[in-house]
Design a protein around this ligand. Structure first.
Ligand code: BGC
Length: 451
């Protein structure tokens, strides 16, 4: 008996990225350094019930004690040419009237270490945490923070300018305003639209000041933002109320901060404010994209401003239900970002997945969308995966694992995942090839190359 086997020829291709594309991972000081005992988050961790199972950041990834070296060796060995990290304000200015020069030296050592490994830094100056002395006098609700932040920024940029020229003054002001002043799961844990507005307004002003301070100290610097973009779609696209709710959420969450920087008008939490802004306020737009939601108008949800959000049906959902794999949302984010006419950097993108099951697919599908945009001449300059090794995930503690390396928090050992090898292959070749897709995630081959 004869059996005829028809060998289908699999299409093959290599998606090349522009020369000089930045490939790396993103981290934040509090989440990796360990023993940051002088911040508002440390205080917050001590309040029972604030963090998942009352877990502690503790040593985190033990970077401050020196493990940044081995992690940067990992980044280097896996062909990453860039890294986004943040500076812990409370280490630089532990008291209102005291600068700690030894901490600046320590950061210089880290940055020199990056340089020795061929890794270019992007520095975030505020990633969710601030010194305790500052939160005690009102944090982002106190107008004085603008000047305090400006002094801190000047101190750091003066001290580190030799090593870095990409700066992000404040990470995800939209997330900080929501979590700290509306959802109440970040310190100071308020539920007040008035406070949320005040905090966001001060972040706009602090950013604008920092922008000109950084440029004064380092004229050729590039100063950008890192916005958390959330994709929203109406649950029923023919329902005007769902459409209205979707637009409102998009405006409040995605647009408000960046529009204030661009046009000098903040429209947020049912309040408006105008700013005097002179000239440009950002040189690149950092996009942190994770996921998106379908939005439904719901009269029974007054506390949620009459809406409810759910992940689109049939999407793959992460381990703890925190993230849905929706690469088309990144496409929306990039499309949205192009209207600001600045280079775009994907400053965060990743998924919590302790078993590294969905992550390879998530990485491939998102990077494929970035390639498509870059190929259509969208000026995308880099991609930073969140994150290198599992880290302390804020109010979710250690329950969510975003690392390319799995971390044992107790003995500090790291285990490389399949995603780390996949990402390494992409970084090494500055491309995503059909061969790589077939090797790491054959099940999505036909999705990327439909017949
Ligand atoms: C934040 C990170 C955080 C990540 C994953 C982002 O919004 O900038 O600090 O760890 O989300 O939860």
């Amino acid at each position: 008996m004869f059996r005829i086997v028809i060998n289908k020829i699999m299409p093959s291709a290599t998606f090349h990225f522009p020369t000089g594309f930045l490939w790396g991972t993103s981290t934040s000081a509090y989440q990796v350094e360990g023993n940051n005992s002088n911040t508002n988050w440390n205080q917050w961790e001590d309040i029972p019930g604030k963090i998942f199972e009352n877990q502690k950041s503790g040593k985190a990834c033990d970077w401050w004690a020196g493990r940044w070296k081995e992690d940067m060796d990992r980044a280097n060995a896996t062909h990453q040419n860039a890294h986004r990290l943040s500076i812990e304000w409370s280490r630089i200015q532990p008291e209102i009237n005291r600068w700690d020069e030894s901490s600046l030296d320590h950061y210089r050592e880290i940055l020199q270490g990056l340089r020795d490994r061929g890794i270019s830094p992007i520095i975030t100056l505020h990633h969710f945490t601030e010194p305790m002395w500052l939160s005690e006098i009102g944090g982002w609700e106190n107008d004085d923070i603008i000047l305090f932040f400006d002094h801190y920024v000047a101190k750091v940029v003066e001290g580190l300018k030799e090593y870095c020229n990409y700066w992000i003054p404040i990470n995800e002001p939209n997330v900080l305003a929501h979590q700290a002043y509306i959802e109440a799961n970040f310190p100071p844990g308020k539920r007040s639209l008035k406070s949320a507005f005040k905090a966001l307004s001060n972040m706009v002003k602090a950013h604008i000041c920092a922008y000109s301070t950084i440029h004064r100290i380092q004229p050729l610097s590039r100063v950008g933002t890192a916005i958390n973009y959330r994709a929203f779609w109406p649950e029923n696209k023919y329902n005007p109320l769902d459409q209205f709710m979707t637009k409102t959420l998009h405006q409040q969450y995605n647009d408000a901060y960046i529009n204030a920087l661009r046009m000098g008008k903040l429209n947020f939490a049912f309040k408006k404010e105008k700013f005097t802004k002179t000239g440009s306020t950002f040189d690149f737009l950092g996009l942190n994209y994770y996921s998106g939601d379908e939005v439904k108008f719901n009269l029974l949800k007054p506390k949620d401003f009459f809406h409810q959000r759910t992940f689109p049906k049939l999407t793959e959902i992460s381990e703890n239900g925190f993230i849905a794999n929706i690469p088309s949302g990144l496409e929306n984010a990039i499309h949205w970002a192009t209207k600001y006419n600045r280079p775009i950097i994907i400053t965060e993108n990743g998924i919590e997945d302790s078993k590294d099951q969905l992550r390879p697919q998530y990485i491939i599908e998102h990077i494929h969308k970035i390639w498509r945009a870059a190929n259509l001449s969208v000026p995308i300059k880099g991609y930073f995966h969140w994150t290198l090794a599992d880290n302390f995930e804020w109010e979710r503690g250690w329950s969510q694992r975003f690392g390319l390396w799995k971390l044992d928090v107790v003995d500090q050992t790291r285990i490389k995942t399949k995603s780390a090898d996949l990402f390494s292959q992409i970084c090494k070749t500055n491309s995503l090839s059909s061969e790589t897709i077939n090797r790491f995630c054959p099940q999505i081959y036909s999705k990327i190359f439909p017949e």
